[in-house]
Ligand binder design. Structure first.
Ligand code: FEO
Length: 401
Protein backbone atom coordinates (compact mmCIF):
# COMPACT_ATOMS: atom_id res chain seq x y z
CA UNK A 1 0.00 0.00 0.00
CA UNK A 2 1.27 3.46 -0.88
CA UNK A 3 1.96 5.64 2.13
CA UNK A 4 3.05 8.91 0.56
CA UNK A 5 1.14 9.17 -2.70
CA UNK A 6 -2.65 9.02 -3.06
CA UNK A 7 -4.19 6.83 -5.74
CA UNK A 8 -6.93 8.78 -7.54
CA UNK A 9 -8.00 6.05 -9.96
CA UNK A 10 -6.51 2.93 -11.59
CA UNK A 11 -3.85 4.88 -13.46
CA UNK A 12 -3.60 8.24 -11.74
CA UNK A 13 -1.74 9.16 -8.54
CA UNK A 14 -1.49 12.38 -6.57
CA UNK A 15 2.15 12.99 -5.67
CA UNK A 16 1.97 16.65 -4.65
CA UNK A 17 3.64 18.22 -1.62
CA UNK A 18 2.72 20.82 0.99
CA UNK A 19 4.79 23.92 1.70
CA UNK A 20 4.28 25.35 5.17
CA UNK A 21 7.78 26.88 5.37
CA UNK A 22 7.67 29.60 2.73
CA UNK A 23 6.43 32.87 4.21
CA UNK A 24 5.69 34.74 0.98
CA UNK A 25 4.51 33.22 -2.31
CA UNK A 26 6.49 34.82 -5.17
CA UNK A 27 8.23 36.56 -2.24
CA UNK A 28 5.19 38.86 -2.18
CA UNK A 29 2.02 37.21 -0.92
CA UNK A 30 1.66 35.79 2.62
CA UNK A 31 1.27 32.04 3.00
CA UNK A 32 -0.24 32.05 6.45
CA UNK A 33 -1.91 28.68 5.80
CA UNK A 34 0.74 27.28 3.44
CA UNK A 35 0.24 26.11 -0.12
CA UNK A 36 0.30 22.80 -1.98
CA UNK A 37 2.29 22.14 -5.12
CA UNK A 38 0.25 19.45 -6.81
CA UNK A 39 1.75 16.95 -9.20
CA UNK A 40 0.22 13.89 -10.80
CA UNK A 41 1.54 10.65 -12.22
CA UNK A 42 -0.21 8.69 -14.98
CA UNK A 43 0.70 5.00 -14.95
CA UNK A 44 -1.00 3.30 -17.88
CA UNK A 45 0.83 1.65 -20.76
CA UNK A 46 3.09 4.70 -20.73
CA UNK A 47 4.05 6.73 -17.69
CA UNK A 48 3.68 10.50 -17.57
CA UNK A 49 4.52 12.96 -14.81
CA UNK A 50 2.32 16.05 -14.93
CA UNK A 51 4.27 19.03 -13.55
CA UNK A 52 6.86 19.01 -10.78
CA UNK A 53 7.17 20.98 -7.52
CA UNK A 54 9.25 23.76 -6.00
CA UNK A 55 12.88 22.67 -5.67
CA UNK A 56 12.83 23.02 -1.85
CA UNK A 57 10.46 20.03 -1.72
CA UNK A 58 12.25 17.85 -4.26
CA UNK A 59 13.32 15.07 -1.86
CA UNK A 60 9.78 14.24 -0.72
CA UNK A 61 8.59 14.59 -4.29
CA UNK A 62 11.13 12.13 -5.71
CA UNK A 63 10.33 9.66 -2.95
CA UNK A 64 6.67 9.74 -4.00
CA UNK A 65 7.51 9.26 -7.67
CA UNK A 66 9.74 6.29 -6.90
CA UNK A 67 7.12 4.80 -4.63
CA UNK A 68 4.58 4.78 -7.48
CA UNK A 69 6.88 3.97 -10.41
CA UNK A 70 9.13 1.41 -8.76
CA UNK A 71 11.38 0.09 -11.53
CA UNK A 72 9.27 1.47 -14.35
CA UNK A 73 10.82 4.16 -16.53
CA UNK A 74 9.31 7.64 -16.77
CA UNK A 75 8.30 8.14 -20.39
CA UNK A 76 7.00 11.72 -20.31
CA UNK A 77 7.17 14.84 -18.20
CA UNK A 78 4.43 17.30 -19.14
CA UNK A 79 5.24 20.91 -18.23
CA UNK A 80 1.96 22.83 -18.21
CA UNK A 81 3.45 25.94 -16.59
CA UNK A 82 6.99 27.14 -16.08
CA UNK A 83 6.74 29.24 -12.92
CA UNK A 84 9.37 27.68 -10.62
CA UNK A 85 6.85 26.48 -8.01
CA UNK A 86 6.04 23.84 -10.65
CA UNK A 87 9.11 23.65 -12.87
CA UNK A 88 11.71 23.86 -10.09
CA UNK A 89 12.37 20.12 -10.04
CA UNK A 90 12.46 19.55 -13.81
CA UNK A 91 16.25 19.40 -13.88
CA UNK A 92 16.29 16.81 -11.07
CA UNK A 93 13.73 14.66 -12.89
CA UNK A 94 15.78 14.81 -16.05
CA UNK A 95 18.86 13.70 -14.11
CA UNK A 96 16.97 10.79 -12.54
CA UNK A 97 15.24 9.79 -15.77
CA UNK A 98 17.62 10.90 -18.57
CA UNK A 99 15.46 9.31 -21.30
CA UNK A 100 12.31 11.17 -20.31
CA UNK A 101 10.64 13.23 -23.04
CA UNK A 102 9.60 16.67 -21.85
CA UNK A 103 6.30 17.81 -23.33
CA UNK A 104 5.66 21.53 -23.72
CA UNK A 105 4.78 24.16 -26.27
CA UNK A 106 7.17 26.45 -28.11
CA UNK A 107 7.08 29.04 -25.32
CA UNK A 108 7.75 26.32 -22.73
CA UNK A 109 10.92 25.38 -24.61
CA UNK A 110 12.13 29.00 -24.44
CA UNK A 111 11.55 29.10 -20.70
CA UNK A 112 13.26 25.70 -20.17
CA UNK A 113 16.34 27.08 -21.85
CA UNK A 114 16.21 30.48 -20.10
CA UNK A 115 15.59 29.12 -16.61
CA UNK A 116 17.41 25.78 -16.61
CA UNK A 117 19.46 25.60 -19.86
CA UNK A 118 17.52 22.50 -20.86
CA UNK A 119 17.42 22.24 -24.65
CA UNK A 120 17.29 18.53 -25.46
CA UNK A 121 14.68 15.81 -25.04
CA UNK A 122 11.82 18.26 -25.56
CA UNK A 123 8.78 17.44 -27.69
CA UNK A 124 6.84 20.51 -28.78
CA UNK A 125 3.05 20.18 -28.88
CA UNK A 126 0.58 22.49 -30.61
CA UNK A 127 -2.74 23.76 -29.35
CA UNK A 128 -5.26 20.90 -29.72
CA UNK A 129 -2.63 18.20 -30.28
CA UNK A 130 -3.10 14.80 -28.63
CA UNK A 131 -0.42 12.65 -27.03
CA UNK A 132 -1.30 8.95 -27.21
CA UNK A 133 -0.26 7.11 -24.05
CA UNK A 134 -1.65 3.76 -25.25
CA UNK A 135 -4.67 3.34 -22.97
CA UNK A 136 -4.92 7.08 -22.22
CA UNK A 137 -4.83 10.21 -24.35
CA UNK A 138 -3.77 13.71 -23.34
CA UNK A 139 -4.97 16.62 -25.45
CA UNK A 140 -3.25 19.96 -24.90
CA UNK A 141 -4.94 23.36 -24.94
CA UNK A 142 -2.91 26.53 -24.68
CA UNK A 143 -4.24 29.06 -22.15
CA UNK A 144 -1.90 32.02 -22.77
CA UNK A 145 -1.50 34.47 -19.87
CA UNK A 146 -3.39 32.29 -17.43
CA UNK A 147 -1.15 33.44 -16.07
CA UNK A 148 2.13 33.11 -18.04
CA UNK A 149 2.52 33.06 -21.83
CA UNK A 150 3.40 29.34 -22.03
CA UNK A 151 0.55 28.22 -19.74
CA UNK A 152 -1.42 25.27 -21.07
CA UNK A 153 -3.75 22.60 -19.75
CA UNK A 154 -4.33 19.01 -20.78
CA UNK A 155 -7.44 16.85 -20.91
CA UNK A 156 -7.39 13.08 -20.45
CA UNK A 157 -10.45 12.04 -22.36
CA UNK A 158 -10.99 8.44 -21.17
CA UNK A 159 -11.55 9.66 -17.59
CA UNK A 160 -12.62 13.25 -18.36
CA UNK A 161 -9.77 14.65 -16.27
CA UNK A 162 -8.56 18.22 -16.78
CA UNK A 163 -5.03 18.99 -15.62
CA UNK A 164 -5.47 22.71 -15.26
CA UNK A 165 -2.12 24.04 -13.90
CA UNK A 166 -2.68 27.27 -11.89
CA UNK A 167 -6.26 27.71 -13.16
CA UNK A 168 -8.86 26.64 -10.57
CA UNK A 169 -6.17 26.63 -7.87
CA UNK A 170 -5.99 28.27 -4.47
CA UNK A 171 -3.72 28.92 -1.49
CA UNK A 172 -3.79 26.70 1.58
CA UNK A 173 -1.83 23.52 2.25
CA UNK A 174 -3.79 20.28 1.86
CA UNK A 175 -3.86 19.17 5.48
CA UNK A 176 -4.90 15.58 4.89
CA UNK A 177 -7.93 16.04 2.68
CA UNK A 178 -7.03 16.49 -1.00
CA UNK A 179 -10.45 16.12 -2.71
CA UNK A 180 -13.31 18.64 -2.82
CA UNK A 181 -15.58 16.14 -1.05
CA UNK A 182 -13.11 15.86 1.85
CA UNK A 183 -12.28 19.51 2.56
CA UNK A 184 -13.82 22.32 4.59
CA UNK A 185 -14.70 24.53 1.60
CA UNK A 186 -15.38 27.65 3.69
CA UNK A 187 -11.68 27.81 4.52
CA UNK A 188 -10.49 27.00 1.01
CA UNK A 189 -13.02 29.34 -0.62
CA UNK A 190 -11.40 32.36 1.02
CA UNK A 191 -7.90 31.13 0.22
CA UNK A 192 -8.98 30.48 -3.38
CA UNK A 193 -10.37 33.99 -3.81
CA UNK A 194 -7.16 35.37 -2.30
CA UNK A 195 -5.08 33.29 -4.71
CA UNK A 196 -7.23 34.39 -7.63
CA UNK A 197 -7.11 38.10 -6.79
CA UNK A 198 -3.38 38.07 -5.99
CA UNK A 199 -2.02 35.85 -8.75
CA UNK A 200 -4.47 35.37 -11.60
CA UNK A 201 -6.89 38.32 -11.39
CA UNK A 202 -4.86 40.66 -13.55
CA UNK A 203 -5.49 38.25 -16.40
CA UNK A 204 -9.25 37.91 -15.97
CA UNK A 205 -9.87 38.59 -19.65
CA UNK A 206 -7.62 35.66 -20.54
CA UNK A 207 -9.35 33.51 -17.89
CA UNK A 208 -12.65 34.21 -19.61
CA UNK A 209 -11.08 33.20 -22.95
CA UNK A 210 -9.79 29.96 -21.42
CA UNK A 211 -13.18 29.14 -19.90
CA UNK A 212 -14.76 29.61 -23.31
CA UNK A 213 -12.12 27.44 -24.97
CA UNK A 214 -12.57 24.58 -22.47
CA UNK A 215 -16.34 24.97 -22.25
CA UNK A 216 -17.07 22.14 -24.68
CA UNK A 217 -15.12 19.47 -22.77
CA UNK A 218 -16.95 16.86 -20.72
CA UNK A 219 -14.97 17.53 -17.54
CA UNK A 220 -15.50 15.01 -14.74
CA UNK A 221 -12.51 15.91 -12.59
CA UNK A 222 -10.19 18.93 -12.32
CA UNK A 223 -6.64 18.47 -11.08
CA UNK A 224 -5.03 21.89 -10.51
CA UNK A 225 -1.47 22.50 -9.30
CA UNK A 226 -2.58 24.24 -6.09
CA UNK A 227 -5.46 23.43 -3.76
CA UNK A 228 -8.02 20.62 -3.79
CA UNK A 229 -8.77 18.17 -6.59
CA UNK A 230 -12.33 18.60 -7.88
CA UNK A 231 -13.80 15.12 -8.40
CA UNK A 232 -17.25 15.57 -6.83
CA UNK A 233 -18.35 18.96 -8.14
CA UNK A 234 -15.89 20.47 -10.63
CA UNK A 235 -18.60 22.90 -11.74
CA UNK A 236 -18.30 24.69 -8.38
CA UNK A 237 -14.72 25.85 -8.94
CA UNK A 238 -15.42 26.67 -12.60
CA UNK A 239 -18.34 28.86 -11.47
CA UNK A 240 -16.20 30.63 -8.89
CA UNK A 241 -13.44 31.39 -11.41
CA UNK A 242 -16.09 32.54 -13.89
CA UNK A 243 -17.64 34.97 -11.38
CA UNK A 244 -14.29 36.31 -10.22
CA UNK A 245 -13.00 36.85 -13.75
CA UNK A 246 -16.22 38.70 -14.68
CA UNK A 247 -15.61 41.02 -11.67
CA UNK A 248 -18.92 39.98 -10.16
CA UNK A 249 -19.06 41.40 -6.65
CA UNK A 250 -21.40 41.43 -3.65
CA UNK A 251 -23.06 44.37 -1.95
CA UNK A 252 -20.59 45.71 0.57
CA UNK A 253 -17.88 48.30 1.15
CA UNK A 254 -14.19 48.03 1.87
CA UNK A 255 -12.78 51.13 3.57
CA UNK A 256 -9.01 51.38 3.55
CA UNK A 257 -7.23 54.22 5.30
CA UNK A 258 -3.67 55.34 5.92
CA UNK A 259 -3.20 57.34 9.12
CA UNK A 260 -0.29 58.58 11.23
CA UNK A 261 -1.95 60.23 14.20
CA UNK A 262 -5.52 58.88 14.00
CA UNK A 263 -7.23 61.83 12.28
CA UNK A 264 -7.86 59.97 9.02
CA UNK A 265 -8.98 56.95 11.01
CA UNK A 266 -11.75 59.00 12.66
CA UNK A 267 -13.02 59.91 9.19
CA UNK A 268 -13.01 56.22 8.18
CA UNK A 269 -14.97 55.32 11.31
CA UNK A 270 -17.54 58.01 10.53
CA UNK A 271 -18.07 56.70 7.01
CA UNK A 272 -18.31 53.11 8.27
CA UNK A 273 -20.96 54.04 10.85
CA UNK A 274 -22.97 55.97 8.25
CA UNK A 275 -22.93 52.97 5.90
CA UNK A 276 -24.27 50.79 8.70
CA UNK A 277 -27.03 53.31 9.48
CA UNK A 278 -27.91 53.28 5.78
CA UNK A 279 -28.44 49.52 5.89
CA UNK A 280 -25.20 48.19 4.40
CA UNK A 281 -24.25 44.96 6.16
CA UNK A 282 -20.88 44.01 4.69
CA UNK A 283 -18.44 46.70 5.80
CA UNK A 284 -14.75 45.91 6.11
CA UNK A 285 -12.29 48.49 7.45
CA UNK A 286 -8.53 48.10 6.97
CA UNK A 287 -5.61 50.12 8.28
CA UNK A 288 -3.32 49.98 5.26
CA UNK A 289 -0.21 50.02 7.49
CA UNK A 290 -1.29 46.88 9.29
CA UNK A 291 -3.04 44.59 6.82
CA UNK A 292 -1.07 43.13 3.92
CA UNK A 293 -2.24 44.14 0.45
CA UNK A 294 -2.92 40.48 -0.27
CA UNK A 295 -5.90 40.47 2.11
CA UNK A 296 -7.06 43.98 1.23
CA UNK A 297 -7.10 43.10 -2.47
CA UNK A 298 -9.06 39.92 -1.73
CA UNK A 299 -11.75 41.89 0.09
CA UNK A 300 -11.88 44.59 -2.58
CA UNK A 301 -12.36 41.93 -5.26
CA UNK A 302 -15.43 40.62 -3.44
CA UNK A 303 -17.29 43.82 -2.59
CA UNK A 304 -18.59 46.47 -4.96
CA UNK A 305 -17.85 49.56 -2.83
CA UNK A 306 -14.35 50.88 -2.21
CA UNK A 307 -13.54 53.92 -0.08
CA UNK A 308 -9.94 55.06 0.19
CA UNK A 309 -8.59 57.57 2.69
CA UNK A 310 -5.06 58.82 3.15
CA UNK A 311 -3.22 61.26 5.31
CA UNK A 312 -0.72 63.45 3.49
CA UNK A 313 2.90 62.39 3.72
CA UNK A 314 5.51 64.74 2.19
CA UNK A 315 2.84 66.44 0.03
CA UNK A 316 1.68 63.09 -1.33
CA UNK A 317 -0.01 59.85 -0.38
CA UNK A 318 0.86 57.88 2.72
CA UNK A 319 3.44 55.38 1.29
CA UNK A 320 1.45 52.24 2.12
CA UNK A 321 -1.59 53.73 0.37
CA UNK A 322 0.56 54.55 -2.66
CA UNK A 323 1.63 50.92 -2.73
CA UNK A 324 -1.97 49.69 -2.48
CA UNK A 325 -3.05 51.91 -5.39
CA UNK A 326 -0.25 50.42 -7.48
CA UNK A 327 -1.43 46.91 -6.62
CA UNK A 328 -5.03 47.77 -7.55
CA UNK A 329 -3.94 49.33 -10.84
CA UNK A 330 -1.58 46.44 -11.64
CA UNK A 331 -4.41 43.95 -11.17
CA UNK A 332 -6.74 45.93 -13.43
CA UNK A 333 -9.57 45.70 -10.94
CA UNK A 334 -12.88 46.72 -12.52
CA UNK A 335 -16.54 47.28 -11.74
CA UNK A 336 -16.39 49.25 -8.49
CA UNK A 337 -17.88 52.32 -6.85
CA UNK A 338 -15.14 54.55 -5.46
CA UNK A 339 -15.21 57.13 -2.66
CA UNK A 340 -12.24 59.14 -1.38
CA UNK A 341 -11.17 61.21 1.60
CA UNK A 342 -7.96 62.52 3.16
CA UNK A 343 -6.24 64.81 5.62
CA UNK A 344 -3.16 67.00 5.86
CA UNK A 345 -1.24 69.03 8.40
CA UNK A 346 0.12 72.07 6.53
CA UNK A 347 -0.27 71.39 2.81
CA UNK A 348 -2.52 68.95 0.95
CA UNK A 349 -1.57 66.29 -1.55
CA UNK A 350 -3.10 62.95 -0.54
CA UNK A 351 -6.69 63.59 -1.63
CA UNK A 352 -5.48 65.11 -4.92
CA UNK A 353 -3.42 61.96 -5.59
CA UNK A 354 -6.42 59.74 -4.74
CA UNK A 355 -8.55 61.74 -7.17
CA UNK A 356 -5.90 61.34 -9.87
CA UNK A 357 -6.07 57.60 -9.24
CA UNK A 358 -9.87 57.78 -9.55
CA UNK A 359 -9.50 59.57 -12.89
CA UNK A 360 -7.42 56.71 -14.31
CA UNK A 361 -9.91 53.99 -13.31
CA UNK A 362 -13.23 53.30 -14.92
CA UNK A 363 -15.03 53.25 -11.58
CA UNK A 364 -18.28 54.92 -10.65
CA UNK A 365 -16.70 57.74 -8.61
CA UNK A 366 -18.56 59.48 -5.77
CA UNK A 367 -18.04 63.19 -6.39
CA UNK A 368 -18.33 64.23 -2.73
CA UNK A 369 -14.97 64.07 -0.99
CA UNK A 370 -13.75 65.02 2.47
CA UNK A 371 -10.42 66.60 3.39
CA UNK A 372 -9.52 67.63 6.93
CA UNK A 373 -6.77 70.01 8.00
CA UNK A 374 -5.42 68.34 11.14
CA UNK A 375 -8.31 66.80 13.08
CA UNK A 376 -11.64 66.46 11.28
CA UNK A 377 -14.08 69.27 12.13
CA UNK A 378 -17.85 69.00 12.05
CA UNK A 379 -18.00 70.02 8.37
CA UNK A 380 -15.38 67.39 7.49
CA UNK A 381 -17.30 64.70 9.34
CA UNK A 382 -20.50 65.82 7.63
CA UNK A 383 -18.72 65.35 4.27
CA UNK A 384 -17.69 61.85 5.42
CA UNK A 385 -21.32 61.08 6.30
CA UNK A 386 -22.31 62.31 2.86
CA UNK A 387 -19.79 59.96 1.21
CA UNK A 388 -21.28 57.08 3.20
CA UNK A 389 -24.83 58.03 2.22
CA UNK A 390 -23.96 58.34 -1.48
CA UNK A 391 -22.13 55.01 -1.46
CA UNK A 392 -25.09 53.31 0.24
CA UNK A 393 -27.54 54.86 -2.23
CA UNK A 394 -25.53 53.65 -5.22
CA UNK A 395 -25.28 50.13 -3.78
CA UNK A 396 -28.96 49.97 -2.93
CA UNK A 397 -29.87 51.16 -6.43
CA UNK A 398 -28.17 48.02 -7.75
CA UNK A 399 -30.42 45.74 -5.67
CA UNK A 400 -33.20 46.05 -8.18
CA UNK A 401 -31.02 45.33 -11.23
FE1 FEO B 1 1.68 28.13 -9.25
FE2 FEO B 1 2.08 30.42 -11.68
O1 FEO B 1 2.64 29.11 -10.48
Amino acid sequence: MNTLSVQINDHLHYIGVNDRDTRLFENLWPLEHGVSYNSYLLTGKKTALLDTVKITKVDTFVEKIQEVLGDRPLDYLVVHHMEPDHSGSVRTIKQLYPDVTIIGNKRTADFLNNFYEITDGIQIVEDGETLDLGDQKLTFYTTPMVHWPESMVSFEETTGTLFSQDAFGGFGALNGPIFDDEINWEFYAQETVRYYSNIVGKFSKQVQAALKKLGGLDIKMICPVHGPIWRDNPGKIVDLYDRLSRYESEEGVVIVYGTMYGNTEVMAETIARTLAEEGIKNIIVHDVSKTHNSYILTDIWQYRGLILGSCTYNNYLFPYMHNLLNVIKMNRLQNHILGMFGSFSWSGGALKALQEFGDTCEYDVIQTTAEAKGAAKQEDLEACRQIGKEMAAKLKALRTE
